[in-house]
Design a protein around this ligand. Structure first.
Ligand SMILES: C[S@@+](CC[C@H](N)C(=O)[O-])C[C@H]1O[C@@H](n2cnc3c(N)ncnc32)[C@H](O)[C@@H]1O
Length: 283
């Protein structure tokens, strides 16, 4: 399913388009926690349900506040990277695992640098689709589009994204705080390589994902709390994160905790951010 803002520019009115073969409205399951809604709770959002808040509180009680710090630092990482890539000339963005809108969203950052930036958002959670309208309010010169799809279907995503993005030109592909929900058995490596293979030279891969390198016990407790809520999470080491960038040129500072990626590292030495972030450019 595609939801788009790309019509009626001449009339000065934004028309929201829903196309494709998927069901127009999907059931939002409020009986069990969903990653997008738990993350929204960590960010102080209102688009979550009691079951999500309960899990968020359980995680916060056992992980020393790590998930809360990580969520905020991760959002700031997305802002810094998007700005840096837009300033570097990238005009097309494919963001998979977008999450519930939280201002400023990626297109706001990209289009504040380059009003003509084209952005395709992708998520598989019906709650994100329900709030997609907030992702579609971009500049008149640019385009924003929302695709409801699963990251484990990279070819399907590329097919839909190619209706908006010129895949013959550089794209910033971001999978930010997504891949810890996609296990190796689920084909995480193949998802990334299929997407990157389809992109033009000069394109960039932006990843952030959970690690147990710094606070193994807290992270294991967090993973266990998610598992009890029915959500599978995987933590990856620095080397495992670096392996996703095989064949790409890692931009400085390489694979680093998200707060340290061209930002201010956590001032609290005892409480590092347990999310690695990195950006690689396709030669
Ligand atoms: C922690 S949120 C990250 C949101 C945003 N990227 C950010 O970093 O602020 C993870 C998002 O990934 C989405 N997600 C998880 N598994 C997915 C999958 N297999 N396909 C597409 N989206 C997925 C969730 O629905 C959720 O919105």
């Amino acid at each position: 399913m595609i939801v788009s803002d790309c019509c009626s520019h001449s009339a000065g009115a934004r028309e929201q388009q829903v196309t494709g073969t998927g069901p127009a409205a999907q059931h939002i399951d409020t009986t069990r926690p969903h990653p997008a809604r738990v993350y929204d709770w960590f960010l102080g959002g209102k688009d979550n349900y009691p079951v999500d808040e309960r899990l968020g509180r359980q995680i916060a009680a056992v992980d020393g506040g790590g998930a809360l710090r990580a969520a905020r630092a991760n959002r700031a990482f997305m802002h810094r990277v998007t700005r840096a890539l837009a300033e570097d000339g990238i005009r097309q963005f494919l963001d998979i695992g977008t999450g519930i809108p939280t201002e400023p969203n990626l297109h706001r950052i990209a289009q504040s640098v380059a009003p003509d930036a084209r952005v395709v958002y992708v998520d598989n959670d019906p709650i994100v689709l329900a709030h997609a309208g907030a992702l579609l309010r971009g500049t008149p010169e640019g385009v924003t589009e929302y695709v409801q799809a699963d990251a484990r279907d990279p070819r399907g995503i590329l097919e839909q994204a190619a209706r908006v993005l010129d895949l013959g030109r550089p794209v910033a592909l971001s999978l930010i705080a997504l891949l810890h929900f996609v296990t190796d058995e689920d084909g995480a490596r193949e998802v990334v390589s299929t997407l990157v293979d389809a992109l033009a030279p000069g394109s960039c891969l932006v990843l952030s994902m959970m690690t147990a390198d710094f606070e193994p016990e807290n992270v294991e407790q967090g993973i266990a709390a998610y598992a009890a809520g029915g959500v599978t999470l995987v933590a990856r080491s620095r080397d495992e994160v670096a392996a996703f960038f095989e064949g790409l040129d890692l931009l400085a500072p390489g694979v680093a905790p998200v707060d340290a990626w061209r930002g201010e590292p956590s001032p609290d030495e005892a409480a590092p951010v347990s999310l690695y972030g990195a950006v690689g450019r396709k030669p």
